[in-house]
Design a protein around this ligand. Sequence first.
Ligand code: MLT
Length: 392
Amino acid sequence: MKLNENYKNVEESYLFSLVATKVSQYTKQHPEADIIRLGIGDVTLPLPQPAVNAFLEGAAQQGKSESFHGYGPEQGYLFLREAVRDYYESFGVHIDTEDIFISDGAKSDVGNILDLFDKDNTVLIPDPVYPVYRDTNVMAGRDIRYLNANMENGFLPLPDPSQKADIIYICSPNNPTGAAYSREQLKAWVSYAKEQEAIILYDAAYEAFIQDPDLPRSIFEIEGADTCAIEFCSLSKTAGFTGTRCGYTVVPHTLEREGMSLRKMWLRRQTTKFNGVSYPVQKAAAAVFTPEGLKACREHIAVYRENTRIMAETLKRLGIWFVGGKNSPYIWLKCPFGMQSWEFFDFLLEKANIVGTPGSGFGKNGEGFFRLTGFGKNEDTQKAMDRLQNLL
Ligand code: MLT
């Protein structure tokens, strides 16, 4: 019996579990502390009302024999795939319903998609990065090349034509930095992927936060991406589904390599290993894409945007360098006084009872940086920024 020894090469805990453990140790020692959590990107507003109504209706249907649903289609109910297709259509992207796969969130699919690829592929991952891309490849023993994201390139690295790559990860608007690629920059990535015959794994989980109409919300806004990209998206941040779980992955039928269709492979993988998302959750998700649902989501996002505005104003006043916040719920800042990321984490936790995420947890280029989220409550965010201002 042999275990997967690659697990020896990942950190003992997942970044956000480590942060949670540290915070819980601190609160045990300081039960009186009024902790403000701006660490993990978890929403604080409840589900939008149209989603709640549809969720309840779906649950009630499950309780009556005439409307009961057993196993659903592994790829997701057509009513939801059509709603997702129409959503893409609203910003000018045509996607076939057959290419849309409903999931329990982007994180699972981003990890599971690796079932489709050989172990010997070269993976290109920006650093800093959402740790799931890195950790899932380390677990599979794959060779990873890192791409430097830094202050010089505004944390938006562009392809280096001399760098070989088979699988490329892009997240825009980016987690953790909040920076978002322009259309021209994404065109450069698509043309590089085509030259390399590589596949882009595009994480669009934060697309709903894009305010600038010139910024692309989907990789499929770029011509030719349907032959070199897979897109992952989620309702977690768009519609507060972090605890309800629903997302979608688009694998275009035009995406082929070595005579194999990746869409067919993913369908085969999902029908074998996944039994779909529950019927009431899919009902709730479909309600998100109705005019009332989208309006309610926009109102929630406006609340989170107000938080990033408050944070950005405070950082500007304090003369602290940062990026993000404008088209993203994340603000990525340079730790003051030349502090290291975990040093600043401890400092903020102890001196101001604020929890953030240390940049170094997202990669070596994140050292000396720190991530704050706009997903807190308005009054908590304001209080946290008042404390930060007093502290610094
Ligand atoms: C984060 O804080 O980076 C997110 O919560 C991660 C996720 O969506 O899994």
